[in-house]
Design a protein around this ligand. Structure first.
Ligand code: 1GP
Length: 252
C-alpha cells in the first residue's frame, strides 16, 4: 500500500514545515467554483486538498476529486463523514475514529462494515484520531456524530485523548471545532496537545483569517485545514497560505 503521503507529512513535521490544507465540501462547490479554487491553490502553494463533509448529499464527490487531480499536482485526501464518501480516484483516506466521543459506530462500527471496500480501494489509509472540540455552538459534525464534543476549556481531557490515540497506533490526530465553528480551538489547547504527542497534529474548524492560522501553527499545529472561510472568500487562500508557510520559514 502506498505510504507516500503520510511519509511526507511526517517529514514535514520533522523539518517543522507547516502544511496548509484546503477543505472542499462537494455539496458546496460546482465546476465553476472549483476552477477558481484550483487556480488559487496552484498560485498559493497549497499543500493538500481534503474532500468530504459531515453530510454530503450531492453526487459530486467523485467528479470533484477527478477535477482537482486532473488540474493540479497536489495530493487529494478524503475526509469522509461516512463510508459512502469513498472514491478510489483520490490519493489517500483519513481513516477517522471519533476518539473524543463515545459513539461506538464512529469509533469502530462503521469501520467494520466498510473495511473490505476501504481495503480494496487502493487508497493510502491514514489512521486518524478524530477529536471534535466544542466550538461554541452545535455544528453539523457535532449533531451528526451523536456524541458530545470535548469541552474547549478542558485541555487535560484533550491531552489524554490525543495521547491515547497515539498509543493505540493512530498516525494522525485531528482536532476539529467543526466546519463554520463560532469559536476556533484555542492556542492553549493546541500547545498542550502538541507537546504531548509526536505524530502530526491537524487543526481545523472556524479558522477564518491568516492571523489565526499563523497563531495555531506557532502553538504547535502541523497542518491547518480551512474550508468554510474559503468557500465565502476564495481569495483568502493566498493570505492564509502565506501566513502558514511563514511559520516554517521563521523556524529554518
Ligand atoms: C471542518 O476542520 C474543518 O471539519 C474545516 O472547518 O470549514 O470551519 O474551515 P471550517
Amino acid at each position: 500500500m502506498n505510504k507516500g503521503i503520510y511519509q511526507s507529512l511526517v517529514q514535514r513535521k520533522q523539518k517543522q514545515q507547516k502544511s496548509f490544507v484546503v477543505l472542499v465540501d462537494p455539496d458546496k462547490v460546482d465546476d465553476h467554483k472549483l476552477d477558481e479554487l484550483i487556480q488559487l491553490a496552484s498560485e498559493s502553494k497549497v499543500d493538500y486538498f481534503f474532500v468530504g463533509g459531515s453530510l454530503v448529499v450531492s453526487d459530486y464527490l467523485d467528479a470533484c476529486v477527478k477535477k482537482i487531480k486532473s488540474n493540479l499536482d497536489i495530493p487529494v485526501i478524503l475526509f469522509p463523514g461516512s463510508p459512502s464518501q469513498i472514491t478510489k480516484n483520490a490519493d489517500a483516506l483519513l481513516y477517522l475514529s471519533l476518539i473524543s466521543g463515545r459513539n461506538p459506530e464512529l469509533l469502530i462500527g462503521q469501520h467494520v462494515v466498510s473495511a473490505p471496500a476501504v481495503k480494496s480501494s487502493g487508497l493510502e489509509i491514514m489512521s486518524t484520531g478524530y477529536m471534535v472540540i466544542d466550538g461554541g455552538a452545535p455544528t453539523t459534525v457535532s449533531y451528526i456524530s451523536n456524541a458530545n464534543p470535548l469541552p474547549s476549556d478542558k485541555s487535560e481531557i484533550a491531552i489524554c485523548t490525543a495521547m491515547a490515540g497515539e498509543m493505540l497506533g493512530m498516525k494522525l490526530i485531528y482536532m476539529d471545532a467543526g466546519s463554520g465553528a463560532r469559536r476556533a480551538i484555542s492556542e492553549m489547547m493546541i500547545q498542550k496537545v502538541s507537546g504531548c504527542i509526536s505524530i502530526p497534529l491537524i487543526v481545523g474548524g472556524g479558522i477564518t483569517d491568516p492571523e489565526k492560522a499563523y497563531l495555531n501553527c506557532k502553538a504547535g499545529a502541523d497542518i491547518i485545514v480551512v474550508g468554510n472561510a474559503i468557500e465565502k472568500d476564495p481569495t483568502l487562500i493566498k493570505e492564509i497560505s502565506a501566513a502558514i508557510h511563514s511559520v516554517s520559514l521563521s523556524k529554518v
